[in-house]
Design a protein around this ligand. Structure first.
Ligand code: DXP
Ligand SMILES: NCC(=O)COP(=O)(O)O
Length: 237
């Protein structure tokens, strides 16, 4: 079975738009677990435009499933993760001002650096995953870093699948086969959705976890709107 970790960044984006505590991030984290999610993912960014560092600390007391913190391992991020001790840290090579994640690690060029930070997290009992493109050389390089898992960066697949190009799954299947052979666990994420997730899972042997945020929160709005509009109309009769 593949675990679903719900990325709640977008709930924080909405909350921050008004400066109060609506929607309540901690309540949403509790609710998604109550509804069956097997994990909660956050990706605090240096500008704290959605998840704040304090949110990461507060969530420690609410996430009783798998807690996954993603980010670029700059000094304050490393300190935050060591303080929160989540189930898993996912390292992502984001530029400080990136709108969203847009590339996996070059695991050859940054191998020594990744080895060092991964060792530090593992010493502290935190499972590690690193964000990679579905490129065999990068998967092989990931193995050398000592990481427990890789997270396949699925934006290219999701985009091509939406255009009807189902062959876009092929590099992902090959990357997964190599990761399995090398004994690394496989996670995946970015732009996965209700439209593409079943096809993706079917073609990825040993897929342990997907983290989904942007589409899942958007779909929750689409699928919930009718109910909420009806509830308002009832009150306005
Ligand atoms: C690593 C990854 O693909 C996701 O964490 C994604 O970057 C979500 O971050 P944003 O919500 O800031 O777009
Ligand atoms: N690791 C990917 C993630 O957490 C969510 O990405 P997205 O679904 O918001 O694109």
């Amino acid at each position: 079975m593949t675990k679903l970790s719900v990325n709640i960044n977008k709930i924080a984006t909405l909350r921050n738009a008004r400066g109060g505590n609506v929607p309540d991030l901690l309540k949403v984290a509790a609710d998604v677990q109550r509804f069956g999610a097997q994990g909660v993912t956050i990706h605090p960014r240096p500008d704290e435009r959605h998840i704040r560092y304090q949110d990461a600390r507060d969530l420690v007391h609410v996430v009783h499933t798998e807690y996954n913190i993603e980010g670029n391992p700059m000094d304050n991020f490393v300190d935050l993760v060591l303080e929160c001790k989540p189930t898993q840290v996912t390292l992502v090579p984001d530029a400080v001002d990136a709108i969203t994640s847009n590339a996996g690690w070059d695991t050859v060029k940054h191998q020594a650096y990744l080895k060092e930070v991964i060792a530090e997290f593992k010493r502290n009992g935190i499972r590690t995953s690193i964000f990679v493109d579905p490129v065999l050389e990068m998967v092989a390089g990931a193995k050398e870093t000592g990481t427990d898992r890789i997270e396949l960066y699925t934006e290219a697949f999701a985009h091509q699948y939406g255009l009807g190009n189902f062959k876009a799954i092929e590099p992902y299947t090959k990357a997964a086969e190599l990761a399995n052979e090398l004994g690394m666990g496989i996670n995946a994420g970015h732009d996965l959705s209700l439209d593409n997730i079943a096809f993706f899972k079917q073609h990825i042997p040993g897929l342990l976890e997907v983290s989904i945020g942007h589409a899942l929160i958007s779909e929750s709005i689409y699928l919930g709107l009718e109910n909420v509009v009806c509830l308002y109309n009832q009150k306005l009769r």
